[in-house]
Design a protein around this ligand. Structure first.
Ligand code: MN
Length: 320
């Protein structure tokens, strides 16, 4: 698994690096972090993201090198898919590209089997794809520049909720220590990533206004309408922390945030703590994710999807 990925990476001279669309800190940190690592090895990587890029990650070193259009295969000799393991998760254009390209290597920490690629290292025991890349860099003997360390730190920091979530392990802290030693500066990075954005707090106010909790308080569901986003000039990237805040309400075991999407349908973000497996709920509907954080996009009205999700989560809670 890992060895096959290492072999492809060491052979490649001009790899294309990409992660899932609607990238988060781990997707962007992994894409740009690996770019810096490979550039340091004398390679000429290309980086692509389908976007949109949340403003808190605009400071990432190397972000200006991100291509917004999929390059033609040309002299690309490897595609590396990061933080997801399905071609279409990277976006439609790159998904088409990946299905007609070889070789493809995958590095991901989401649950599931990779059907794509000639070499796949998929291991949900890692907290972040950036954590995997830091381990890989160590094994390959690659030097960690300050730029690479900064990018990888952001992915590790955000996917662990600043080292608060259950996915945080001793390895996470060991990797974080190594990244800081290599030049990742915790406080300057944190000021960028966790800057207060007033429109997000206003949006959060609306989300809390529409919060529903079950009589025992174990289940919490809220929603965002397109008109809420429009009124506050907010986008999906402003919702990252909202579902976390719902999960952290004392007594809540499972949380869902439903968002109307402009193309029709509803995007559902699921969170749980402890034993409730929201990945299973998401997968039963065609989505995916981790045990405590998963998602799926469904057809239908907000009202219909809300009812469906409330029922499924109630059943998962009862089954415990
Ligand atoms: Mn991730």
């Amino acid at each position: 698994m890992r060895e096959a990925v290492q072999k492809l990476l060491s052979r490649a001279q001009r790899p294309l690096l990409l992660a899932h669309q609607q990238p988060d800190g781990d997707a962007l940190g992994a894409t740009l972090g690996l770019m810096h690592l490979l550039a340091e090895q004398g390679k000429a990587p290309l980086v692509y993201s389908a976007g949109p890029i949340p403003e808190e990650y605009e400071f990432l070193p190397g972000l200006n090198q991100l291509l917004t259009e999929v390059p033609s295969a040309g002299d690309i000799d490897l595609a590396v898919v990061l933080d997801c393991h399905e071609a279409m998760r990277t976006g439609r254009a790159s998904g088409d590209f990946l299905q007609n390209f070889e070789p493809v290597a995958i590095v991901d920490h989401h649950q599931g089997q990779a059907e794509l690629g000639q070499a796949a290292w998929v291991d949900p025991s890692y907290a972040a794809t950036c954590e995997m890349l830091a381990v890989l860099a160590g094994e390959m003997g690659w030097s960690l520049t300050a730029e690479a360390a900064t990018c990888l730190f952001v992915g590790l920091q955000t996917d662990t909720g600043s080292f608060r979530y259950a996915n945080t392990t001793p390895l996470s802290f060991q990797v974080a220590a190594r990244l800081e030693e290599a030049g990742a500066e915790v406080w300057p990075i944190s000021q960028e990533v966790y800057a207060t954005r007033p429109q997000r707090l206003k949006l959060l106010g609306r989300i809390m206004d529409s919060l529903w909790t079950s009589p025992d308080g174990a289940l919490a569901v809220s929603q965002v309408r397109l008109k809420d986003l429009a009124a506050l000039q907010a986008g999906p990237q402003d919702l990252e922390q909202a579902v976390e805040m719902i999960r952290l309400i004392p007594g809540v075991e499972a949380a869902a945030l439903l968002r109307e999407v402009s193309t029709g349908g509803v995007k559902v973000s699921l969170r749980s703590r402890g034993q409730v497996d929201v990945a299973r709920v998401a997968m039963s509907l065609g989505g995916g994710g981790h045990k405590n954080a998963a998602g799926v996009t469904l057809e239908g009205s907000l009202k219909k999807v809300r009812k469906q999700i409330q029922e499924l989560l109630s059943q998962s809670l009862e089954a415990l």
